[in-house]
Design a binder for this molecule. Structure first.
Ligand SMILES: C[S@@+](CC[C@H](N)C(=O)[O-])C[C@H]1O[C@@H](n2cnc3c(N)ncnc32)[C@H](O)[C@@H]1O
Length: 413
C-alpha cells in the first residue's frame, strides 16, 4: 500500500474508539482539544510516540500518561509538528515581497498602521521573515511606527523560543547574508533579531481551533498549519479569517494547502505561492461558519471565548512591547478585560458583558492552572516549557532548547 493509500485507509472502529477515548482523556486532563485534527495523521503521530515508550494500545497509553505526567510534553511535541525555517519556500516569499507587500503599502496610504498575523508561527522564523520584508519595504523608522505583527501558536515551548528571537547561526542559512547582517545582532554563536524592531512583534498563545481571531488585518500568514486539521475545522477557521481581514486583505497559506479552491470568500492572487485576496462578499454558509463558535466541542467557556470578539486582541494590545513578553493568556487579568470591554473594544457578535466575563474568567482559570494544581474536571494544558526568570530587559537568559527544524524533515503528516 502506498503512503497516500495508507493515509486514506479508514481506521477500524475498535481502534478508532480507543483512540477517541485517548483524545477525550487529553482534553479532560490537559484542556487540549484535538478533535479538529485529521484523525489518521494524528493517530500515526501518537502511534510513533507510543512505540518510543514501548506501549502498544491506546488504553495502555492512557495508563502510562497517568503514571508519567512528564510524557505529555514529548507527546505534544510529536503531535504539534513545529518544523519551520526563515524564508520557507523562498519563491513564495519573493512573490509576497514583489507583488503583495507593495500593494498593501500603496492601499494603506501614508502613515496608517499595518497589521499582520502569523498564525501557527512555531519558533518565530515566519514572523521575523515577514518583519524583515516589511522593514525592507518601509525603512526602520516607518516599520517601528506603523507595523504590528501578531505571532501566535498553541505550543508554549515553541513560543518561548520565538519570543527570544535568538537563533543558531546555522538556522539563518536561508536568510540572504546582507539581511542577516542588517537584522540580527551577534551574541556569541547565536544571532538575535534586532531589539528595536522586535518591539513590533507581539507573541501570544492562540489556538486556531478554539480561540477568536485577531481582527482588522492587512495580511494573515497561516502556513503549514491548517493542513493538520480536518476539512470541517479548516472551513470554520477560514470563514473566521475572512472576517478578520480588512477589505482587500491578503491570506498567505502554505504550499500544501489547497482548501481554498472552492471558496467564494477568497480569490487566488498567486495560486502557486498560495496567496489569496479576501473577496468583499462571502456566501451564506461561510457567514454562518464564521459565526459558529470555533471550538468543535460545543458549548462551555472555551466555545464562548471563541466567538468573534476583540477582547483577546485587547490582550495583545495591552501587553508590554518587549522581548519575552508573556502570552495573552498571562497578560489579560480580568480587570483589564473589563476595562477593554468598557472602552468598547468588545464588539461582540452575540457576546455582551457576560461574554466578556466568561472570556476573562477563562483566562483567570487558565492563569490559576499555571500556578498550581489544575482543578478537577476540565484543565488547561500547562505551559510545556519551564518558566524561567526573565532578564532585566524581559528576555529569558537561558538558552533555548536546541531543536532541529529542517523544513521537510518529519513534516507533512
Ligand atoms: C509545521 S508548523 C508551521 C510553522 C510555520 N507557519 C511555517 O510554515 O514554517 C505548524 C505549527 O502549527 C501549530 N499548531 C498546531 N495546531 C495549532 C492550533 N490549533 N492553533 C495554533 N497553532 C497550531 C504547531 O504548534 C506548529 O508550531
Amino acid at each position: 500500500m502506498s503512503t497516500e493509500e495508507r493515509q486514506r485507509a479508514p481506521v477500524e472502529e475498535p481502534r478508532k474508539n480507543d483512540f477517541v477515548k485517548l483524545l477525550e482523556y487529553l482534553k479532560d486532563t490537559r484542556g487540549f482539544d484535538f478533535s479538529g485534527y485529521k484523525l489518521s495523521s494524528l493517530m500515526r503521530r501518537v502511534q510513533k510516540r507510543m512505540q518510543q515508550v514501548g506501549v502498544t494500545s491506546h488504553s495502555d497509553y492512557i495508563d502510562f500518561l497517568e503514571v508519567h505526567p512528564d510524557e505529555f510534553n514529548p507527546l505534544f511535541n510529536t503531535v504539534l509538528i513545529n518544523v519551520t525555517a526563515f524564508f520557507r519556500d523562498p519563491q513564495a516569499w519573493q512573490a509576497l515581497r514583489e507583488r503583495i507587500l507593495p500593494r498593501i503599502l500603496e492601499e494603506k496610504g501614508e502613515g496608517l498602521p499595518i497589521r499582520c498575523w502569523s498564525a501557527g508561527c512555531a519558533s518565530g522564523e515566519e514572523a521575523y521573515t515577514l518583519a524583515i520584508l516589511l522593514a525592507e519595504a518601509l525603512g526602520d523608522q516607518e516599520f517601528r511606527r506603523r507595523v504590528k505583527i501578531y505571532a501566535t501558536d498553541v505550543d508554549d515551548e515553541a513560543l518561548a523560543q520565538a519570543r527570544q528571537g535568538s537563533y543558531a547561526a546555522a538556522q539563518l542559512a536561508e536568510v540572504p547574508a546582507e539581511l542577516a547582517e542588517r537584522y540580527f545582532e551577534k551574541a556569541g554563536d547565536r544571532r538575535v533579531f534586532r531589539t528595536d524592531l522586535r518591539r513590533s512583534l507581539i507573541f501570544g498563545r492562540h489556538d486556531l481551533v478554539q480561540d477568536a481571531a485577531i481582527s482588522r488585518l492587512d495580511l494573515l500568514v497561516c502556513r503549514n498549519t491548517l493542513m493538520y486539521l480536518n476539512s470541517e475545522t479548516q472551513s470554520k477557521i477560514l470563514a473566521r479569517f475572512h472576517f478578520a481581514l480588512n477589505r482587500n486583505g491578503y491570506l498567505f497559506l502554505g504550499k500544501a494547502e489547497t482548501l481554498l479552491s472552492h471558496s467564494t470568500s477568497f480569490r487566488p492572487e498567486d495560486l502557486k505561492s498560495r496567496i489569496f485576496q479576501r473577496t468583499p462578499t462571502s456566501n451564506l454558509r461561510d457567514r454562518m461558519l464564521a459565526l459558529t463558535p470555533p471550538s468543535t466541542s460545543g458549548d462551555g467557556p472555551a466555545a464562548a471565548a471563541g466567538r468573534p470578539v476583540r477582547v483577546r486582541e485587547a490582550a495583545f494590545e495591552a501587553g508590554p512591547a518587549r522581548p519575552a513578553a508573556p502570552g495573552p493568556e498571562d497578560l489579560l487579568p480580568a480587570g483589564r478585560a473589563a476595562l477593554a470591554h468598557r472602552r468598547g473594544l468588545c464588539v461582540a457578535v452575540g457576546l455582551g458583558a457576560a461574554g466578556g466575563r466568561v472570556a476573562a474568567g477563562r483566562r483567570r482559570a487558565a492563569h490559576a492552572g499555571d500556578r498550581g494544581a489544575p482543578p478537577a474536571g476540565r484543565r488547561r494544558r500547562p505551559a510545556r516549557s519551564q518558566h524561567r526568570v526573565p532578564g532585566p530587559d524581559g528576555a529569558d537568559p537561558a538558552p533555548p532548547r536546541a531543536r532541529a527544524r529542517q523544513p521537510g524533515a518529519g513534516d507533512g503528516l
